[in-house]
Write a protein that binds this ligand. Structure first.
Ligand code: TMP
Length: 224
């Protein structure tokens, strides 16, 4: 695995979670916090983050009369990701910025892999190809029971996108996917209980980030 740390001076943080997990609000608050700590922060999102990738996002999330094959969905997401990595994320990391991205590769594994049932190994291989094996330094998964998340989403009054409307079973598989990914990579992925109030989740995020940054910045013991 090639992590962002070996490729650039910047820090790459991703926020993940199911629908209605509150991660977008937390992303905004986290960026304000990190900026106040003196970091040069870039907030971005997936699918999206460049003009072309935002157009792919619209294609993906809008309802369509034409059924979208899971493979088509994955390929569009990966195409958008390549564009985003190449033109936004990698240059920002090279400049020493802290990139906070609302969703990244773990969403593909969770949604297209565990949710849609695409082969995980193939998906991982294709994702590695699309990202040039760029892996976040830290990933926070905002975890909320599916009925709570979907209820919140409906309560937000925003129009439901194509994926929001999937069956509860699909969202449960996605959630189980995030849990499985966190279990496989416990050093990179932290799961945050996002079922409480925005303020208490924000406190938890700050606590995790502060400790993580301390450990990240502390001099590493010299290895022979
Ligand atoms: P959101 O960013 O507002 O949560 O919406 C993005 C939607 O796109 C969400 O339903 C999850 C989906 N998605 C995937 O299915 N796979 C991916 O790799 C990414 C980044 C997003």
């Amino acid at each position: 695995m090639s992590s962002a740390s070996r490729q650039s001076p910047g820090i790459f943080i991703t926020l993940e979670g199911g629908e209605g997990s509150g991660k977008t609000t937390q992303a905004r608050r986290l960026c304000a916090y990190l900026t106040a700590q003196g970091l040069n922060v870039l907030r971005t999102r997936e699918p999206g983050g460049t003009l072309l990738a935002e157009r792919v996002r619209t294609l993906l999330l809008n309802h369509s009369k034409e059924t979208v094959a899971p493979e088509t969905e994955a390929l569009l997401i990966l195409a958008a990701r390549r564009q985003h990595v190449e033109h936004v994320i990698k240059p920002a990391l090279a400049q020493g910025k802290t990139v906070v991205c609302d969703r990244f590769s773990d969403s593909t594994m969770a949604y297209q892999g565990y949710g849609r049932g695409l082969d995980l190994r193939t998906l991982r291989m294709m994702n590695d190809w699309a990202t040039g094996k760029l892996v976040p330094h830290l990933t926070l998964v905002f975890d909320v029971p599916v009925p709570v998340g979907l209820q919140r989403r409906r309560g937000q009054g925003t129009t439901q996108n194509r994926l929001d409307r999937e069956a509860e079973r699909f969202h449960k598989n996605v959630r189980a996917g995030f849990h499985a990914l966190a279990k496989k990579e416990p050093r990179r992925i932290m799961v945050i209980d996002a079922s409480s109030s925005l303020e208490s989740v924000e406190r938890e995020v700050r606590y995790c980030i502060t400790n993580w940054l301390k450990a990240y910045r502390s001099p590493k013991p010299h290895r022979r």
